[in-house]
Design a binder for this molecule. Structure first.
Ligand code: NAP
Length: 308
């Protein structure tokens, strides 16, 4: 058995919101020998990050934050990662590992490899989050028993990939390694399209003329409120995800629209068998997710006010 990779001595976290803050807190709890340094472009976020001790040190400039770091993780919205990385590149030593947590990976893996030709670049995506954002949203257990997908670009150095995998496992995550393009296709269907559907249905309900907004809110336990949680996610983050993962999202969206129109035909034609067959198959998917410990088996996710 090969020895475990060496832990990072100093990790610089750029962007101290939900994900960046959670990484800082999780390192403190799980990798005590690793020092953390944080930076955020917003002075109010830096102040709050300091108050919450999201990282050991919060710096006022990016160059201070990345000095002597052996891992730099970009935790800013997908649309900002390349610009932030380019601005910081002059201050980052060759050999420092570069990573990020962006929700789409192909464009980011390509641009980070281009910006840092002399550094190991190993992008990753922790598939863990909430609908909250900002420096108050982070918590140390966010990654426990959640997947983190590590997406090394072609030709990435195996020892660097192993080191980042070891890092995420130490934070409590289960890690899978995947090609960035395949990651984007998988996440388009498991995350990006569901968010698009949630944003759209909540938008549709709020624009209805024959059903009042107070009726929508009052009877939301009929299913609508579960969409509203997803549709409350950060608008900047999600705008950037759709702009960056355009190709995979459009492929999956077309597939979804085709399937939706089959359901439309079945309802129009009174074809109960088609509806029943789909609804039976989808229950099995839900059961598999619960069986894998990725969600709560209790009715209505264990909410106290569960109603049928
Ligand atoms: P967040 O809570 O909004 O945190 C992002 C932070 O980055 C904010 O404090 C933001 O400050 C700051 N920021 C924005 N532009 C910056 C810049 N140019 N330089 C430095 N800091 C900057 O967002 P998040 O949910 O942590 O998401 C961060 C990344 O994680 C995104 O790439 C997202 O795709 C990915 N991700 C998110 C989730 C999730 O569920 N939320 C899950 C997995 C991965 P301002 O708010 O003041 O702009």
């Amino acid at each position: 058995m090969s020895p475990a990779p060496a832990p990072f001595g100093k990790v610089a976290i750029i962007g101290l919101g939900l994900i960046g803050g959670s990484i800082g807190l999780a390192i403190r709890d799980h990798i005590p020998g690793t020092a953390t340094v944080g930076f955020d472009a917003d002075p109010a976020v830096r102040k709050r990050a300091q108050e919450r001790s999201l990282t050991d040190v919060v710096c006022d400039t990016p160059e201070e934050a990345v000095r002597d770091a052996d891992l730099v993780i970009f935790c800013v919205p997908v649309g900002a990662i390349s610009d932030v990385a380019r601005d910081m590149a002059p201050y980052i030593a060759p050999g420092t590992m570069i990573s990020d947590v962006g929700s789409s990976k192909q464009t980011i893996a390509a641009s980070l490899s281009e910006i840092f030709p002399a550094n190991p670049v190993v992008p990753a995506h922790p598939v863990a989050g909430t609908e909250h954002s900002g420096p108050d949203a982070g918590f140390a257990t966010l990654f426990q028993q959640r997947w983190c997908i590590v997406t090394p670009p072609a030709g990435a150095d195996a020892a660097s990939v192993a080191r980042l995998v070891f890092f995420w496992e130490a934070l409590g995550a289960m890690v899978e390694t995947m090609d960035p393009k395949h990651h984007d296709l998988v996440l388009a269907v498991t995350s990006h399209i569901p968010h698009l559907i949630a944003y759209t249905i909540v938008g549709t309900a709020s624009d209805l003329e024959d059903v009042t907004r107070s009726e929508v809110i009052k009877y939301s336990a009929g299913g609508f409120r579960d969409f509203t949680r997803i549709a409350a996610s950060d608008p900047t983050m999600w705008r950037d995800v759709f702009l960056n993962n355009r190709d995979a999202v459009l492929v999956m969206l077309q597939r979804f629209l085709d399937d939706l129109s089959i359901m439309q035909d079945a309802i129009r034609d009174g074809d109960g068998d088609t509806l029943f067959e789909l609804f039976t198959r989808t229950r099995a998917i839900r059961r598999s997710i619960v069986a894998l410990g990725q969600d709560d088996a209790r009715p209505d996710f264990g909410r106290k006010d569960h109603q049928g």
